[in-house]
Design a binder for this molecule. Structure first.
Ligand code: GRF
Length: 241
């Protein structure tokens, strides 16, 4: 195998998608190499998986940053180049109806966390960032600083539903409770909204009368583990050739 692209991963939990990507990289079935796995939560199993594979890890503890800001907003390390008005105008994560104060709190705390993410990520000069079960949205503050040019799409996410249906944090749950007869997963590039960026790949499965939320999640995850490495490889081949 020839040239490989450099990828980094962000996770929040079990890291089974991360594992699928690690396995595909080491089997040589995708033209990529993972340089780090970062988490927004300390102590998660995905970090262990990365360490076991000899991959560098880091944690930016979003929960701690947000809780500390609630206690003392003055102490929040908002980046110097953070422009609330500009980020607010670009983002499609929270509607204006939520109110100025809440939107400002959300964007400032996320930018403080994203500053730390950027400090860990940018020195690695990766080609692609993969969100693998990362349960945080990235704001335009991060996206604009990670991107090399306007419209440069280098951040991928996997979502547990057939987008544009059921965006948000519980795709399989929402699909199942709606009574859908087909569920699925989607890999897409991220943009300034939540689960709204261009679709790269999708896989679908049948939901039978006998299925439960648990079996739906199991069917979906098994497809995620195939789909994510395939989409990364597609990206890698386009970049390399
Ligand atoms: C996956 O279903 C992913 O689509 C969703 O969260 C789950 C994470 O699983 N965003 P894992 O951490 O990769 O095991």
């Amino acid at each position: 195998m020839g040239k490989k692209i450099k990828i980094g991963a962000l996770i929040s939990g079990g890291g089974s998608n991360l594992q699928a990507i690690i396995d595909a990289c080491s089997a040589g079935s995708i033209q990529a190499e993972i340089f780090f796995a970062g988490s927004d939560k300390p102590g998660v199993k995905g970090l262990e998986r990365a360490e076991k594979a000899g991959i560098d890890t880091f944690v930016v503890d979003y929960g701690h940053i947000i809780k500390s800001a609630r206690q003392n907003m003055e102490a929040l390390d908002v980046p110097e180049d953070f422009d609330l008005k500009a980020i607010k105008a670009k983002q499609h994560l929270i509607p204006d109806s939520v109110g100025e104060e809440k939107i400002a709190f959300f964007l400032k705390t996320r930018a403080a966390a994203e500053k730390k993410l950027l400090e860990a990520i940018l020195p690695c000069h990766i080609d692609l960032l993969v969100l693998a079960g990362f349960m945080r949205t990235l704001t335009p503050y991060f996206i604009d600083r990670f991107s090399r040019a306007v419209g440069d799409r280098r951040i991928m996410n996997i979502h547990p539903a057939l987008l544009p249906s059921f965006p948000g944090t519980d795709g399989y749950g929402d699909t199942f409770r709606y009574g859908c007869r087909v569920g699925g997963c989607t890999v897409h590039f991220i943009d300034y909204g939540e689960d709204t960026g261009p679709v790269i790949g999708q896989r679908a499965f049948q939901i039978e009368d006998s299925d439960t939320l648990e079996t739906v999640k199991k069917k979906g995850l098994e497809l995620e583990w195939q789909l994510y490495p395939e989409c990364i490889d597609k990206f890698a081949k386009e970049l390399i050739q």
